[in-house]
Design a protein around this ligand. Sequence first.
Ligand SMILES: NC(=O)c1ccc[n+]([C@@H]2O[C@H](COP(=O)([O-])OP(=O)(O)OC[C@H]3O[C@@H](n4cnc5c(N)ncnc54)[C@H](O)[C@@H]3O)[C@@H](O)[C@H]2O)c1
Length: 373
Amino acid sequence: MIRVGIIGVGNIAAMLVQAVEFYRRTERTEGLIHHVIGGYRVDDIRFVYAVDVSKQKVGKDLAEAIFAKPNQVPKYVNIPKIGVVVRMGKVLDGVAEHMMEDFAPANEPEPTEKDIIRELEEANVDVVINLLPVGSAKASRFYAEVAAKAGTAFVNCIPEFIASNSHYVKIFEENNGLVLGDDIKGQLGSTIVHRALASLVAMRGAEIVESYQLNVGGNTDFKNMLDHSRLTSKKVSKTMAVASTQPEPEKLLNSLFAGPSGYIPFLGNTKVSYIFMKILGFMGLPVTIDLKLVVDDKAMASAVLADIIRLAKALRDKGIKGAPDWASAFYFKYPPKQAKSDEEALLNLYMKLEELGIEIEPHRLYLWHYINR
Ligand SMILES: NC(=O)c1ccc[n+]([C@@H]2O[C@H](COP(=O)([O-])OP(=O)(O)OC[C@H]3O[C@@H](n4cnc5c(N)ncnc54)[C@H](O)[C@@H]3O)[C@@H](O)[C@H]2O)c1
């Protein structure tokens, strides 16, 4: 069993809690990246702890809180009472000025660091997932330190630099903790698709001259990102994820845009991405790629989390600490060290897991079968 704590009971939490229940009730495995990691299946995940600050969610059972407004993930699965009451968190910079209406904080005393450490220990949490709004720099650092000191693994799903920041990695190492991050890549989200296309262009000997990736959506995640001052790390994370696939990443930086580009309320959790590439091909002749991608953004994130939570627990079982870059590169946009392509990232992951004796099934890489022949 894997005991998970949630920081921020928003739309991703609403999808993930339902997804675990969905896969628990069926033999179906379609849509899962890996069926088994370190002996764990998705139905080994249990949610045992949750914090939020919103008055709509604090004090409610997690099964009820995931459907509280402004969350808008539909009810796919009937979730019986979980027995986990959402606790009051520390607000810090989690709630932006323009989000006061959506995330209005509950009228409850805020916990201290010691309170949360005690709560995590009492709930015996193995893995904490950080699902705070973009721009929650102080709050993410607060919860990361708390998780490290409570000895849990910390999965940083948001574009705040924790796993890629040596100061925080040291704190995890000193406490024998593990941190994976930063900024989760969707299963088939705009970053992974953009990266795959960019890797392909480089592999075929062509050159990207200009490229942009515009993203629009209609949930609180997109509304929160209307405040551009909260976006600095998001843009770095998304841009570097694409540029790092190129032979000379810096050369592309001034001609590359990748970031949130608008809030359209009626889109809800549907994210629409437009990816454009102007390419110099054979004899300098132009090639253009113009692609539209439409996804359920929260399903994309949850599919990846279903893997990462099990990976984090499997690594903890083997005593791995700190921020292993090979564990984060396939799953995050801004890992401690980028791979040139997602094939390379997955190959490194498979090789390391094999060395550690951690099973991962099924293998998704043709190259792996070739190497292991
Ligand atoms: N595909 C994806 O959805 C994707 C991909 C990469 C990263 N992310 C990031 O994951 C994060 C979570 O996404 P989401 O859609 O669930 O967000 P959301 O807006 O639905 O939920 C955020 C939750 O955090 C709570 N919160 C705010 N301040 C808090 C605090 N100080 N302590 C505890 N809780 C607090 C809010 O009340 C809300 O419930 C966002 O930062 C998003 O950008 C999402």
